[in-house]
Design a protein. Structure first.
Length: 233
């Protein structure tokens, strides 16, 4: 049945409508001693219903949920993102054992790609088992789906098997609250009912400042967006 399919609907100048009983949890960006994020730590599961609404304007008093504040602040949520496919936007970086596809337009400034010398260094050294494993880990932790790693022999993308879910990101390193991290190929539908390309990992703006709406472009850092989570205070 249609209502069982995980989906996020972008409403015009309003919140995200999430349907399909999609799991929702806080996610903390854990950092190493150098200040580089290296993994996600769960910060608690949030209560949901089969359908729920998540704030898109950044002004709700009950974040991450919508409380209709977008109406009183006259939120302009005009979608500016294109509908190009990932394959049309990504550049290819080949290593000895792995291939990296990198679509920088989706970058959400999560910084996981800086780990252990950087994703391109790891790809270039992917014939080393440790570098190969780290490259795959970095790509999987990239919330925006900017990075996709494939096996060079088969050409198949390497992605973990995971149920569709949404992580409400918190970035203690920058002392800001981050985007909504969609995992597992959740369908995202625009306010005019045009589906964006289904991707395994996607970040949606929840601060209201992105110039690539509905996707996150890292503007939450510049805007010092804070949803009140204790992990960043």
């Amino acid at each position: 049945m249609e209502h069982d399919k995980p989906k996020v609907k972008v409403t015009k100048n309003g919140p995200y409508k999430v349907s399909g009983t999609v799991r929702l949890a806080k996610g903390i960006m854990a950092q190493d001693e150098a200040g580089t994020p290296f993994e996600w730590k769960e910060g608690g599961i949030l209560p949901i219903e089969e359908t729920y609404w998540l704030c898109r304007c950044g002004n709700s008093r009950h974040k991450p949920f919508c409380d209709n504040t977008h109406r009183s602040v006259s939120f302009d949520g005009t979608e500016t993102a294109g509908h190009q496919k990932f394959s049309e936007l990504a550049i290819t970086v080949e290593g000895p054992d792995l291939i990296l596809k990198d679509a920088g337009v989706f970058c959400a400034s999560a910084r996981y790609c800086n780990l252990a010398g950087g994703i391109r260094f790891l790809i270039a050294n992917s014939d080393n088992p440790e570098s190969r494993e780290l490259a795959i880990q970095v790509a999987h932790n990239c919330p925006s789906g900017r990075l996709i790693v494939s096996d060079k022999k088969t050409g198949e993308p390497i992605e973990p098997s995971i149920e569709p879910s949404i992580t409400v990101a918190e970035d203690p390193g920058r002392k800001v609250s981050g985007p909504l991290f969609l995992k597992g190929g959740i369908e995202v539908v625009s306010s005019d009912d045009d589906s964006y390309e289904a991707r395994y990992r996607v970040t949606l703006c929840r601060c209201g400042h992105s110039n690539n709406k509905p996707f996150c472009d890292g503007s939450h850092i510049r805007a010092a967006f804070n949803d009140g989570d204790e992990s960043i205070n």
